[in-house]
Design a protein around this ligand. Structure first.
Ligand code: ZN
Length: 349
């Protein structure tokens, strides 16, 4: 995009506004060099300037980083500081005060608040609330390391940190915080080969397939996941949809044809997509899935994403095993996992 005097970014460049470092870079067509907004070097003519959201985009367009302001390092440093704050928030039982976060980041409170909001898309306070809710939703027990927490929040590398909150959370932050407020969700309870099943959907697709032992606990689980949604029992018009889903659970050959509307983080969606690529009758290990999504170190986070899968069998998390071939966990009980796999191997009854 061309620089113009109306562009707030050009104003930031003219003012050498270092609080914008990491938010974007500006590149100069004549020198083929890109800089952070706070670069102390002389200012180019506005007609020669192009803006990029990230240093990576500037590099991809054939520009080289300025040796004086080192725009890549600036972006990394800001990203690291904000990452560090996110880690601190994620590890704390109660949200740390703004002053403590700013001090840890080596910034003034005002500057920190501004940079954090710019990078994450919400204030540190809002982020802390969101993390706490995410923690409540997590179904797997056990401690989560900092790296895993970041993976789960959708940040699979520091460079990818520049995502807006709605991408990281899988839905706009306001909707997420409201627990599905204003959304109508239909649901049906029926039988499958592995017991009672609750099937639920929005207007866009299925949002939940849960197994359970009793209807009451299944309804409670649905309500806990969408506390502010308007839940309605499925009518006649959804009978075929429910029947097709049950048929798929009983023998999940081929691809599931109904649309899914599952809510999760960017990382979870990546894992769930990889799970859907495991063919009927085959299995993969958590490590292999981590490898396939390009995050080989994230085995544990992959296991957590499997545990957070809201759509049993449609997203076949039961096809993921430990590296030693043992079953590993299953959100709906290892017995159900064993039974589903047994049937897929053709060992019916
Ligand atoms: Zn520079």
């Amino acid at each position: 995009m061309q620089a113009s005097q109306d562009d707030a970014r050009w104003t930031a460049v003219l003012e050498r506004d270092s609080t914008c470092d990491g938010a974007f870079v500006f590149a100069v067509r004549t020198t083929r060099i890109y800089c952070r907004p706070g670069c102390p070097a002389r200012r180019p003519k506005p007609e020669h300037v192009v803006f990029f959201e990230t240093a990576a985009e500037a590099r991809a367009a054939g520009f080289r980083p300025c040796l004086r302001c080192r725009p890549d390092a600036a972006a990394d440093a800001t990203g690291e500081a904000v990452l560090g704050a996110c880690q601190l928030i994620g590890e704390s039982e109660t949200p740390p005060p703004l002053s403590a976060l700013a001090e840890a980041a080596g910034m003034s409170r005002f500057h920190f608040q501004r940079v954090f909001k710019r990078e994450v898309g919400m204030s540190p306070k809002q982020y802390a609330d969101t993390r706490r809710q995410a923690r409540l939703r997590e179904t797997l027990p056990g401690a989560t390391s900092v790296t895993e927490a970041l993976y789960e929040a959708g940040y699979d590398s520091a460079a990818r940190f520049y995502v807006q909150a709605h991408r990281a959370l899988g839905m706009p932050a306001s909707d997420y915080k409201a627990g599905g407020r204003g959304q109508a969700i239909w649901y049906a309870l029926t039988n499958s080969i592995v017991g009672r099943v609750l099937i639920a959907g929005t207007a866009r697709g299925l949002c939940a397939i849960f197994f359970g032992d009793g209807d009451e606990s299944l309804e409670t689980e649905l309500r806990a996941r969408f506390p502010n949604a308007h839940l309605v029992a499925a009518g006649e018009d959804l009978r075929e949809c429910v029947a097709e889903t049950v048929a798929f659970i009983d023998l999940p050959k081929g691809a599931f044809r109904l649309p899914l509307d599952v809510q999760g983080t960017a990382f979870q969606h990546k894992v769930w997509k990889a799970l859907r690529d495991i063919p009927f009758g085959e299995t993969a290990t958590y490590a292999e899935i981590a490898e396939r999504i390009g995050s080989p170190a994230a085995t544990r986070a992959v296991a957590n994403a499997c545990g957070a899968n809201p759509a049993a069998v449609a997203v076949p998390c039961h096809r993921v095993l430990r590296s030693d071939g043992s079953l590993g966990g299953y959100r709906w009980g290892v017995d159900r996992k064993r039974e589903l796999l047994r049937r897929e191997r053709g060992e019916s009854n």
